[in-house]
Design a protein around this ligand. Structure first.
Ligand SMILES: Cc1cc2nc3c(=O)[nH]c(=O)nc-3n(C[C@H](O)[C@H](O)[C@H](O)COP(=O)(O)OP(=O)(O)OC[C@H]3O[C@@H](n4cnc5c(N)ncnc54)[C@H](O)[C@@H]3O)c2cc1C
Length: 400
């Protein structure tokens, strides 16, 4: 096993780290940089996105022919962690959810015509996108087989009715990927459609208020009432919706983990800086064994997370779906992020609970990590299904 990264990847990492340190951290510390939903103001984001693009630090995850740098998942793991040292980072490099996952799936399965129409404008940074799958009760959530939004074939088009919710970015998105039911077949019952914000037959009913900061465009509830999608805007084939979802969600879950590792490291960075300066009862916090144990434990868990993420990234780069590797990384890193923010707040005392640092922002954001892209329990269920199917094979080392 080789844990070295290529000089090219290391060069991207160090340029990203400099961009984040020099340009994003100062903005993050200034309250006037934020929009009403606690994200970077759109006008500032647009300016910085243009700078990142001009410097070749843009869409690193995509192939060169799509407008990216072809880093592969291992290279992305290194770079995404560096981007999310700042809470503003990923969106500036066009590596934030949901555009990140949407671009990767369109690149992987779109036809050339679909890529030109739907992918290119996202890559160019001209439009944003959303992925609409989850439905309110009694529709599909953790269990997509419960999906109720229906697409009925009429001539050369599909007419879609139903409801989705928690659709990240919907209020700013122009391009949407939508999952709907085209039959009751348990494996081939769902289909993925592409539609544009300007098409009639759907509305945003509300932007759902959440406990944490919001991505641009929020998390919205959408109602479909006769949205008409031409057959040419089906992604892959009718009945391939679950396949599209798997192709999108595996890497997208892992990129969440890559970013969350960056946020977790930031929590440690802020905690260490305070512990190094703050004294009480005649000693620095950093000299107390109880504080050292907290930070040592976080360092250990961050490194475990990095190893799980790297193994999954490597497996994806080898062409595997890496289902168990991604599930393990997702559960571990989601819980790590929560612990990292919580511990760092504890070490910072009252300051940690204030908005003087980004710790409280990360703490509120972190709670969603154990829910989105599969709740912890669902990933553990998947792991147990693998264990049942593979028994001792679950632990096999892949021989060269
Ligand atoms: C901030 C945020 C952003 C999101 N963005 C998007 C988006 O852009 N697009 C989109 O389509 N969706 C999005 N979602 C939805 C998200 O993917 C779902 O919340 C998630 O899949 C879980 O579905 P659910 O909320 O319906 O939970 P439910 O399916 O109702 O499950 C509720 C709880 O039950 C437990 N549970 C479920 N299944 C099992 C099981 N098999 N065994 C044991 N326990 C179980 C888990 O604890 C789970 O949290 C977002 C959600 C949030 C919070």
């Amino acid at each position: 096993m080789d844990f070295t990264v290529s000089p090219r990847i290391e060069e991207f990492r160090s340029r990203i780290a400099a961009f984040v340190g020099d340009r994003l951290l100062p903005l993050e510390a200034d309250r006037s940089s934020y929009d009403a939903h606690e994200n970077i103001r759109l006008d500032l984001a647009d300016r910085l996105r243009a700078e990142a693009k001009a410097e070749g630090l843009w869409c690193l995850q995509l192939k060169p022919e799509t407008g990216g740098q072809g880093l592969g998942k291992v290279g992305m793991a290194v770079c995404y962690e560096a981007m999310n040292r700042s809470i503003f980072g990923p969106v500036i490099f066009n590596s934030a959810a949901p555009d990140d996952g949407n671009m990767m799936v369109l690149e992987a399965v779109g036809t050339e015509a679909q890529k030109a129409r739907w992918l290119k404008p996202i890559v160019e940074g001209k439009v944003r996108s959303a992925f609409a799958m989850t439905e309110p009760m009694p529709g599909g959530g953790s269990d997509p087989s419960m999906m109720m939004t229906r697409a009925e074939k009429r001539g050369d088009a599909y007419v879609i009715s139903g409801r989705k919710w928690f659709i990240t970015g919907a209020a700013e998105a122009q391009h949407f990927i939508l999952l709907a039911r085209t039959s009751d077949d348990p494996r081939k019952g769902l289909t993925a459609f592409l539609f544009d914000r300007d098409q009639p037959g759907w509305t945003i009913e509300r932007r759902i208020d959440i406990m944490g900061p919001e991505e641009h465009g929020g998390h919205c509830e959408l109602v479909f009432d006769g949205l008409e999608v031409p057959a040419g805007n089906v992604l892959m084939k009718e009945g391939d919706g679950l396949k599209v979802t798997q192709i999108r969600l595996g890497p997208a879950r892992l990129t969440h983990c890559m970013r969350w590792l960056g946020l977790s490291r930031r929590c440690v960075e802020i905690a260490r800086a305070y512990a190094a300066e703050r004294t009480g009862f005649g000693r620095r916090l950093a000299d107390r064994e109880s504080i050292q144990m907290m930070l040592g434990d976080l360092a250990l868990k961050i490194e475990i997370g990095r190893l799980l993420v790297m193994k999954a990234a490597w497996a994806l780069d080898q062409g595997s779906f890496a289902r168990k590797e991604v599930s393990m990384a997702k559960v571990h890193v989601a819980n790590l992020l929560h612990q990292a923010a919580d511990t760092a707040i504890q070490i910072n005392g009252a300051r940690g609970y204030s908005k003087d640092t980004v710790l409280e922002w990360i703490y509120r954001y972190a709670r969603q990590a154990r829910l989105v892209d599969g709740a912890d329990e669902v990933h553990k269920m998947v792991l147990n299904t693998h264990l049942d199917a593979e028994e001792n094979g679950f632990w096999t080392w892949q021989a060269a």
